[in-house]
Design a protein around this ligand. Structure first.
Ligand code: PHE
Length: 337
């Protein structure tokens, strides 16, 4: 019985087109090209065929074999691509929402403090964390062999200071070196704040860290007075802690300011600690020696300066009892702010 070669072709096309995966395609391949497949059967038929039919059957068997090989190979490529695509993106799956982080409380606090001063006309400047002894000490009227240096205990680096033979570079122990750098760069009148990291070799405990943040302030002009300093810092505390903040200026000593003071505050935001004064910053009128080190002419300018500890202020404002929580990166702590 002659084979319906056209019907075989139609079946072949349909079967390959309907093969939805490699396994189904393999079944199709076996059905047509396998040992007991259609093409094999056609060749078997050849043996018993009449001589005049042999040529035609042989030709048709070859045709089917070729077509089957082509269609199956094509389908294989198509299925492979489809597989890759579906592995890459399944648009029907629900999305995965990545948890969003927040700005670290220390940076939020620095932004807020800087904001208050920027609204009063101060501009932000930055100094290097790796500093020279000159800026960290000498230019600030802290002689290298003077005991007042002890309160600014310092990390020294192995790197030599290229400008001072025999002395090494250090990690700044306060942001005050920025005062001198700014004054070398700009002429008065100037009003700057210098936020940044500072380093001191303190043992880590609830209130000490070897690295913390400060915000330095410096205002220089022809007629700057101590009452400007008091007014400025009082306004800052009211804006930052609230109008009802209670504060005091307490006389203090810094080698680079004269007179000098520390500011303490007492506020109802410190639940359970009412009545306790807490120190938040050091301040004073810029010492003439500092102007001299910055290269300003003697007796021409006066200025006020202050330096506040950011961790301290954030702890007070948010009732945080341990400075280490800022660097532990516990998400449960961080995400509250
Ligand atoms: N640099 C001082 C400190 O680290 C703070 C300060 C800054 C005091 C500016 C007076 C003026 O403690």
């Amino acid at each position: 019985m002659p084979l319906d070669i056209e019907k075989i072709k139609i079946d072949l096309r349909r079967a390959t087109a309907e093969a939805a995966d490699d396994k189904m395609l393999e079944t199709v391949r076996l059905g047509f090209l396998g040992k007991k497949g259609i093409v094999a059967q056609m060749y078997v038929g050849l043996a018993t065929a009449l001589p005049e039919e042999k040529k035609l059957i042989g030709k048709e068997a070859n045709e089917i074999r070729q077509l089957a090989e082509e269609l199956i190979a094509e389908r294989k490529i198509f299925l492979g691509q489809q597989n890759k695509q579906s592995n890459a993106i399944d648009v029907t799956l629900p999305g995965i929402v990545s948890p969003l982080g927040t700005r670290h409380l220390i940076h939020q606090t620095m932004d807020e403090i800087c904001d208050v001063f920027e609204r009063m006309g101060f501009v932000i400047q930055r100094g290097p964390e790796i500093e020279r002894e000159f800026y960290n000490f000498s230019a600030l009227n802290i002689p290298l062999d003077h005991p007042s240096r002890d309160s600014f205990d310092t990390f020294y680096l192995d790197e030599a200071d290229p400008l001072t033979p025999g002395r090494n570079l250090l990690l700044r122990s306060h942001t005050s070196p920025g005062q001198v750098r700014v004054m070398q760069k700009f002429k008065p009148p100037l009003a700057v704040i210098i936020p940044g990291k500072v380093y001191r070799p303190d043992a880590l405990d609830a209130s000490h860290s070897f690295m913390f943040h400060q915000i330095e302030g410096l205002l220089v002009g022809k007629q700057v007075t101590f009452s400007d300093l008091k007014g400025l810092l009082t306004t800052f505390c009211q804006k930052y802690f609230g109008e009802d903040v209670v504060m005091r200026f307490r006389p203090h000593f810094f080698p680079f300011t004269e007179p000098s003071a520390e500011v303490d505050i007492q506020s109802n935001i410190f639940k359970g600690r009412a009545g306790k004064w807490l120190e938040i910053l050091g301040c004073g009128m810029v010492h003439p020696k500092v102007f001299e080190a910055a290269g300003y002419p003697a007796g021409e300018y006066c200025g006020l300066a202050f330096g506040m500890g950011v961790e301290r202020i954030a702890m007070l404002k948010h009732g945080i009892g341990d400075i280490r929580t800022f660097v532990e990166n516990d998400v449960r702590f961080l995400k509250q702010y």
